[in-house]
Design a protein around this ligand. Structure first.
Ligand code: ATP
Ligand code: MG
Length: 600
């Protein structure tokens, strides 16, 4: 999908969300419809699940959440909310080696920041390990699961390929007694890893590899962050997920398309367990006769250009020091986007605009940037900050009087009068941005050069009379004159070409500004034909500017507060590194999409 198409088609999408997130509840605009919402509406009409809608968001706590997860979160929590249903948060923690409490805490914080509330307590697949074990015994007793003693390599060979069917394991016909004996001894920790596994007995000739007697339990002598050292065996995701869904009485199990081929297995496992036991284990308050199993529905995952979205790669970038952490403002993680200055409303709006479908596509990063510009244009106060200061002395401006400096009042927002005004001292010595001066101006140049005039934003018209240079010939100071009759007005007949931003030299505060840009310079870093994805990291993705000069009103800005620095872009106060003594601002996004021209 080309971003521009999606974008214009949906540009009227719901914008009525606020920063705090309860927004989704407070929003009056209906959520955009999609095929999943249609299925749910139909199920409600036919009375399937007795009119209940229960979804879940099931992250594996092996990394931080990224913008792709936001799509799934907005969908799962969103459909539950708009149908008076519930959405659970369940950690799918069946792979303890890669998981940690740090990730659990970060995931919870990100979901709350995004503005969603899970139903009841947090769930853990690991909390169902006892039940999952009992269900495995049930399958064994029914002759539907067996302990296989092929080595992992052998098992791979026996499994066959996409074009050849599999070969039954020589252990496939073990007796129920033998299977129970071996499985209980696996659970007691008697065997080394890889010696045995428990497999569902389905169909080695199935064209779907997932159905060729998949492993449902493997031996792992590892500590688990929730269950400690209780279990030397761990269930596989495919086995644990569907049963966890049923136990939580999920009605619609929404997942991404790569699970489509796993759906037959999802259904097989649930259909081959005793429904009455399943029902008893579940949260269901319905009678067993009306208990309906959950339905898995797949949708396309979110892909965005100029970034990577696999947790493995994101982890690699963090662990190998290519970025400064999971919440580095260049990362597509929710904590990174937050630190960069994205609001949760802008991310929810973005997810609405992207929509839900079954066709794989790549969304242009420009569309995400548009969402935050759209939000901040309305909500961010304006301020001035000079990134590359060049001193200006107004030779005809009176020396500071004993009454203190002249103080100007500037609107905080060009349209929103309710945002009020801010005070800004004017003075003889100012800073402007070095890029707003050219000694030899190119044609059509609208900023300052020797002998020409510009307006200082919200203040006077000045003219450059003289350039003072250092030994290398670089301008270090401009001697200018100001026109006292031009405060806020252009005297008749006078044409002033440009308006530039400025700050008063003595009253300005020194700040650090981090200019962030796209993390990758290639559109598709995952494209193997261009080599390893790390080779196309954008070397300019972070440029740190120190000694920037900001207007004094910014001194009171709270962590995470966003501003439009006039003519420069949107910036926010870094939530961790900024202190009242040394403020640090992150550039969230430029004022316009500067990449659109380059990349098209
Ligand atoms: P990995 O990168 O390790 O494959 P994952 O991204 O699938 O992991 P999970 O923690 O398993 O991570 O994901 C939780 C939920 O978020 C799943 O239901 C998954 O389908 C969904 N999800 C993950 N990535 C995306 C994405 N890019 N777009 C939409 N949904 C996603
Ligand atoms: Mg996954």
């Amino acid at each position: 999908m080309k971003s521009s198409d999606t974008f214009s088609a949906n540009s009227s999408a719901n914008n009525s969300t606020n920063h705090n997130g309860d927004a989704v509840a407070g929003s009056t605009a209906p959520a955009p419809s999609n095929f999943i919402r249609h299925i749910i509406e139909q199920d409600l009409q036919t009375g399937k699940h007795n009119g209940r809608v229960q979804t879940r968001f099931p992250p594996e706590p092996n990394g931080y959440l990224h913008i792709g997860h936001a799509k799934s979160i907005c969908l799962n929590f969103g459909v539950a909310k708009s149908n008076n249903g519930f959405c659970n948060l369940r950690f799918d923690d069946t792979n303890p080696e890669k998981e940690s409490q740090e990730f659990i805490n970060a995931i919870k914080a990100d979901i709350e920041w995004l503005g969603f509330h899970w139903s009841g307590e947090i769930r853990y697949a690991s909390a169902y390990f006892d039940a999952l074990y009992e269900f495995a015994l049930q399958l064994i007793r029914a002759g539907k699961a067996y302990v296989c003693s092929l080595s992992p390599d052998q098992a791979r060979e026996y499994r066959g390929t996409l074009t050849t069917h599999g070969t039954p394991s020589p252990y496939r016909n073990r007796t129920v007694e033998e299977n129970i004996d071996l499985f209980t001894r696996m659970a007691a920790g008697e065997f080394a890893e890889g010696v045995h596994s428990l497999r569902a007995k389905i169909d080695m000739a199935s064209p779907n590899i997932n159905m060729r007697d998949p492993v449902i339990y493997r031996i792992r002598h590892v500590h688990h962050h929730q269950t400690g050292d209780k279990w030397p065996i761990y269930p596989m995701y495919d086995y644990a997920h569907c049963i966890s869904d049923a136990m939580e009485c999920i009605t619609h199990s929404l997942c991404t398309l790569e699970f489509e081929d796993h759906r037959p297995l999802y259904d097989w496992i649930l259909q081959n367990l005793d429904i009455a036991t399943l029902h008893r284990a579940s949260d269901s308050k319905e009678g067993v006769e009306s208990y309906v199993l959950p339905r898995q529905i797949e949708f396309a995952r979110l892909n965005i250009n100029y970034t990577v979205m696999s947790k493995r790669k994101l982890k690699e970038l963090v662990m190998q020091g290519y970025v400064k952490g999971w919440d580095d403002p260049r990362m597509p993680t929710l904590s990174g986007l937050r630190r960069r200055g994205f609001t949760s409303a802008s991310i929810r709006n973005f997810c609405d605009r992207v929509g839900i479908s079954r066709s794989e596509s790549v969304v242009d990063l420009g569309m995400l940037e548009h969402s935050i510009r759209d939000d901040l244009d309305k909500s961010a106060p304006r301020a001035m900050c000079v990134l590359r200061p060049l001193k200006v002395t107004l030779t005809n401006y009176p020396l500071d009087s004993l009454d203190g400096p002249e103080v100007l009042e500037l609107s905080c927002h060009p349209k929103e009068e309710s945002m009020g005004k801010r005070k800004l001292p004017f003075a003889r010595e100012l800073f402007i941005d070095a890029s707003d001066f050219e000694e030899i101006p190119p044609p059509q140049y609208k900023r300052l050069s020797p002998g020409t005039e510009v307006r200082l934003r919200g203040a006077y018209v000045i003219r450059c009379d003289q350039v003072i240079k250092d030994a290398e010939g670089k301008p270090v100071e401009l001697l200018c004159s100001y026109d006292a009759a031009t405060l806020g007005v252009n005297p008749q007949g006078r044409k002033v070409q440009g308006v530039i931003h400025w700050v008063p030299a003595q009253h300005a505060i020194d700040v650090e500004v981090r200019i962030y840009d796209r993390l990758f310079s290639k559109e598709n870093p995952d494209d193997k034909t261009v080599g390893d994805y790390k080779e196309c990291l954008n070397p300019e993705s972070l440029v740190t500017l120190t000694g920037c000069k900001a207007e004094p009103s910014l001194k009171l800005a709270a962590p995470e507060a966003s501003f439009q620095f006039e003519r420069e872009g949107y910036f926010c106060v870094d939530r961790y590194d900024s202190t009242p003594e040394k403020m640090v601002f992150n550039r969230t996004v430029t004022l316009r999409d500067s990449w659109a021209k380059i990349s098209s």
